[in-house]
Design a protein. Sequence first.
Length: 412
Amino acid sequence: MTTTTRESYDQVMMPNYAPGDVIPVRGSGSRVWDQAGTEYVDFAGGIAVNALGHAHPALVSALTEQAGKLWHTSNVMATEPAVALAEKLCNATFADRVFFCNSGTEANEAALKLARRYSHSNFGPHKDLIIAFDNAFHGRSLLNISVGGQPNYREGFGPLPGSITHLPFNDVAALEETFNSLSDTVCAVIVEPIQGEGGVLDAEPEFMQAIRRLCDDHQALMVLDEVQTGVGRTGKLYAHEWYDVKPDIMATAKALGGGFPIGATLATAQVSDVFKVGTHGSTYGGNPLACTVASAALDLINTPEVLEGVSHRRAMLVKGLQAITDRFDVFQAIRGQGLLIGCVVTESWSGRAREFLLASQDVGVLTLVAGSDVLRLAPSLIIPEADIKEGLERLEGAVATLCAEEDKAVSS
Ligand SMILES: *Cc1c(COP(=O)(O)O)cnc(C)c1O
């Protein structure tokens, strides 16, 4: 076997990603090691997926135990792990029913298909309009890029599904106006409680509550995309709990499997019941390995200790990030909730968030970006204090280096 290198990646992988030079081979908790044995503090969490860090012993043992029992049956048969996980999700949320799939994209696809089917069955085919928001991200299927609010993701992929409209995020007046003029055609509103990919932008409580009220008034469905904000990320099991609203349908994925691929669409009984045998499906959905790991992750995350620990960890991180920007004036705002943190770069660093990511990686800390102006952190919900401290120190070093280089470039 030849050694994997960044060059061999380019030979065989489609060129739709641009990974850095680091090739990680092992992780434990919130630390990761690359091929050369260099160690990194993980503030990225596999993009809000590894909510319990890497190789958590409870997840490893759940996975390996199930691996010796039963891997797959398809949905032709009911299995214990799927039913157990569905019961846990229904007990912990607004939902009465669950549909399992393998990703956030599929969870949103099922959510929107369910909404369309519900409207069609109850009110007729004219009530098909989906309201979505500018900058939203819901995944990469044709339906999801059409509903998503980032036009560059749709470019060159047409023809696209129709009867979708986009409004400005957090704009209650625009929402009211649209509902008032198109009332009997609105099928659903889909929204992220915090726009993750769009730049870690928080929905305002009045906005979320207006969506709920207008959906109720116009017999439309409120669909929440909690793929990034769910499963403890914000310090509640699901972020909508902060807003005092309940959706009719919700998509969840990412942290749900703690790193094992799984997605789920949750809904009330009234809405779910329009799905009949054969209306929707997924070969791997409800896979015993995935559901077993997700059950173990949910048991660990949905506890007061872990959820309360999220706000404490956020406070530590925000304080450290604030201290960095007090010294170097690199961030103009720190947004998000819980352990979904967005640092908006100042004017002079506009469009250059990725430079912070690369400089951080050079000194042993993994971060993310959300667009070109926001450095994003989404670490494990149980990241140890010592790792937060170490990661912040390394990040400060990276920022110091970047700023020193910048000063030199400006003065020469
Ligand atoms: C990541 C993400 C998705 C897509 O999930 P995949 O698992 O990549 O298909 C959808 N919605 C939101 C809000 C996300 O953050």
